[in-house]
Design a protein around this ligand. Structure first.
Ligand SMILES: *Cc1c(COP(=O)(O)O)cnc(C)c1O
Length: 348
């Protein structure tokens, strides 16, 4: 979902952005109008997340998936090894991509639990010569989320926050790089946000394409080529919406309440089930199964009739998945709980 207020604002400005006589889609990305939109979006994101000045904020394309390659290309910096946590489907993809460029050491592996828990910290196996450590803060498909930020000492820490960025406050200083594809919790598809410490720049692997070099993007204000202008603009409207709401602390309170309600309903029912270790449950993605999976199709059809859409679980996992990102209002979760309880009374 996107916040309704944001869509309305975009609708209002669609044909004529603030008296400019142009739609944002029609502007030159180097013109004064678009420059002001882009700069304000970055400034608002810096305010929301309290991003320190020694971090660059990049508005890139190619999704989080391109980051899986850009990270080793830029951050190996002469080393030949990187440490990765394997906590789910997105970790696996990041690892497979990193293996093209370096040795990958797995710090902790959740595959034995079918990605329902994270190994205890005292079993983690870091290597001392790793160029960086990578993890996925929230595994979107499995609904498995780190409760704490791993402590990697002096080794740069890189995090994929595609499905959690802006869901709550985060201490940027704990990381050397944070990235997120925008389409989960920020704005429309087409944009990937990268927050990266500038002192990591300038050591790309030989042969790295210009488009894959963070320094080139930073030196050009994310306009080395034409950026995803409309997605960047809409992300900016979302940042304004979050600031108006009271920032990320206020957002976090709402998100926590939404998630707790849903997990409580699932855990107190014998009809619905969520397999994830209660310590590592996602605030954003709540997978659940029905006691009888033959009822899945009926559940989804009934939910759609009640206006509850895209509840089908990921194709790798089956069952259901409620993605309750920032823009999902609490009433949306309440409506889902009502539907689940009615369905259970009828079929449970
Ligand atoms: C969706 C997702 C990705 C992939 O994002 P794209 O923008 O489609 O490349 C990567 N990591 C996580 C955690 C995701 O949820």
């Amino acid at each position: 979902m996107l916040p309704e207020a944001v869509m309305k604002k975009a609708q209002q400005e669609m044909l004529d952005w603030q008296g400019s006589g142009m739609s944002v889609m029609e502007m030159s990305h180097r013109g004064p109008e678009y420059t002001s939109i882009a700069k304000k979006a970055e400034a608002d994101l810096r305010t929301l997340m309290a991003i320190p000045a020694d971090y660059a904020v990049l508005f890139l394309q190619g999704g989080a998936s391109s980051q899986f390659s850009m990270i080793p290309m830029n951050l190996l910096r002469g080393k030949t090894k990187a440490d990765y946590f394997n906590t789910g489907a997105w970790s696996k993809k990041a690892i497979a991509e990193a293996k093209r460029y370096c040795d990958v050491n797995i710090v902790a592996d959740s595959s034995d639990s079918r990605f329902t828990t994270i190994a205890d910290q005292d079993t983690w196996q870091f290597s001392d010569d790793a160029a960086y450590v990578h993890y996925v803060a929230n595994e979107t498909i499995h609904g498995l989320e780190f409760a704490d930020i791993p402590d990697t000492g002096d080794i740069p820490l890189v995090v994929d926050m595609s499905s959690t960025l802006l869901s709550r406050p985060v201490d940027v200083r704990r990381f050397d790089m944070i990235y997120a594809g925008a389409q989960k919790n920020i704005g429309p598809a087409g944009l990937c946000i990268v927050i990266i410490k500038r002192d990591l720049f300038g050591h790309t692997l030989p042969g790295t394409p210009a488009m894959f070099d963070y320094k080139i993007h930073a030196d050009n204000g994310s306009m080395y080529n034409t950026p995803a202008t409309y997605s960047w603009y809409l992300a900016g409207l979302v940042f304004e919406w979050l600031l108006d709401l009271g920032g990320l602390t206020a957002m976090a309170e709402i998100n926590q309440r939404k998630a707790e309600k849903l997990y409580t309903a699932i855990d107190t029912s014998s009809f619905y089930h969520n397999p994830v270790d209660t310590r590592y449950r996602s605030w954003m993605n709540v997978p659940f199964t029905l006691a009888n999976d033959k009822l899945d199709a009926q559940f989804l059809a009934g939910a759609a009739q009640a206006g509850l859409l895209t509840l089908k679980g990921h194709r790798d996992l089956g069952g259901m998945r409620a993605s309750i990102y920032n823009a999902m209002p609490e009433e949306g979760v309440n409506a889902l709980l009502d539907f689940m309880s009615t369905f259970e009374n009828k079929h449970g």
